[in-house]
Every structure is written in C-alpha cells, then in structure tokens.
Design a protein around this ligand. Structure first.
Ligand code: MG
Length: 252
C-alpha cells in the first residue's frame, strides 16, 4: 500500500532556506514578468490562517452550552480537517467527543462559511508582504477562493484590514457564485476569467486537487502548494510542484 504524501499542518512561523528560496523565486518572477501577467492566490489555508475563526466558533458554542472543556481547543490542535482529531489533540476525552461531535460539527457549519466569521482569520505572517511585492511589480493579483458570494463582504474587509492589495487597479476577488459548487470545479472554470485578465505566471493554493488542475492547464507557470491543511481527498500534489511551508522570508 502506498502512503499519500499529506501536508503536515500549519507552521506559519517556520522558516527554512527552502521556503526562503521559493519566496525569492516568486518575487524574482514577478519582477521579471511585470504588467500583463497574473498571479492567483487562494485564501483559506493559503493567505489566511482559518484556525482562529474555528477556535472562535468553538468557544462561542462552549459558552452557550457550558462545554468548558471545549475552551481547550487552540490553534495548535488543528492538523487536518478531522474535527474529532482536533478535539482529541486538545485533550477532550473519547466519551466527550462521542457525545458532542455532531453538535460541534453542526455549529461549525453554521458559522464557518459566513462573512461575519471570516473576520476572525489571521493573515499568514509574510503573506501580505509577498502579495504586495508581486502587485508592486505590476502583476495583476487575483484572489480566487472557494468562499461564496455571501462571504464576499467580510472577505473584502479582511483583505483590507490585513494589508493585502485591494481596491486598487490590477486586483480582483473571485468568489463562488453558488455555495454548492465543488471548489475545484469552480476554480477550474474560473481559469477562463483569469486567463482573460492576462498571462498567468503564478498560482498558490493549499488544496492538492487545485494545484494539480492548475499545473495541467498552465504548465509554464510557477504553481506552489502551500502546506497547511487540506481536504481528505486521496490526491497528492504533482511531484513537480514545490511546497511552501510558510511565507516568512527570514527567521523570526
Ligand atoms: Mg484553500
């Protein structure tokens, strides 16, 4: 049995020579290409760390229901998309998880995909500086997200608050018209819109299926797999795609 290579989870402050070199390549590419070219950035699990949003949601449920133990969940307990895994990592007992996981899941689904709650996300350290550098080089920056139209307003506020280029020429936010559309299907379709803006040279995403689709469509561009968390789909990024562990350009 072959084991799929999975992302190791968020490590937003982990610096390495490898990631610094890749960040340098992105900046050089942007400077070399400049106007008439396009860079595409995913949001959740890519430019934004969604764990604080999830912690907030859990704590509000904890307060509502008197689930004091649920306050134990912190950002460090999220490794993948497994809710039960996160709760176990936070030290909640198997009995507690068995009794309450369905309720926690329902509460999470009610608030996670909302304009109001995306404001709890944190920008990944270094991410806004990178996007600003790409934009200042003249490259059109597209935020291509699986968030849907109902989440647009909060997303715009979040981009502005964290200093991502927005409300400027050569910036575009593309959200899903319909919540029910599969993210990868939406993004593949949106590539037509993106290609009409200019020649795509850079694509960053944390979902293996998305980076693979993008690489197939734009083999000449630099496609980067951002290593945070991702869906449990049994898909591995194309081996030619570099992995980025964090956006910090130097040790912090
Ligand atoms: Mg994502």
């Amino acid at each position: 049995m072959t084991t799929l290579r999975r992302a190791r989870g968020y490590a937003p402050l982990e610096w390495s020579e490898e990631s610094a070199e890749l960040l340098g390549r992105i900046r050089t590419l942007a400077r070399t290409m400049g106007e008439g070219h396009v860079a595409v950035f995913d949001l959740d699990g890519c430019l934004f760390d969604t764990r604080p949003r999830q912690v907030q949601i859990f704590r509000e449920l904890a307060s509502h229901r008197g689930f004091d133990a649920l306050y134990r969940v912190g950002t460090e307990h999220f490794v993948d998309w497994s809710l039960r895994g996160t709760l176990a990592n936070a030290g909640l007992s198997a009995e507690w998880i068995e009794a309450h996981a369905a309720e926690v899941r329902a509460w999470w689904e009610r608030y996670f995909f909302t304009s109001e709650y995306v404001l709890f996300d944190h920008a990944m350290p270094g991410a806004a500086a990178l996007v600003r550098a790409v934009h200042e080089a003249g490259v059109h920056c597209v935020y291509l997200t699986g968030r849907d139209e109902t989440m647009r307003a909060g997303t715009e506020v979040a981009l502005r608050r964290s200093g991502f280029p927005f409300d400027l020429p050569s910036t575009t936010l593309l959200v899903k018209p319909d919540f029910r559309t599969d993210d990868t299907t939406f993004k593949e379709g949106a590539l037509e819109i993106v290609a009409a803006i200019g020649h795509v040279v850079l694509y960053l995403d944390n979902e293996p299926a998305n980076v693979n689709v993008f690489r197939r469509r734009h083999p000449e561009s630099l496609v980067v797999f951002v290593e945070t968390d991702h869906s449990p789909k049994p898909i591995e990024p194309d081996p030619e795609i570099p992995w980025l562990r964090s956006f910090v350009a130097r040790e912090v």
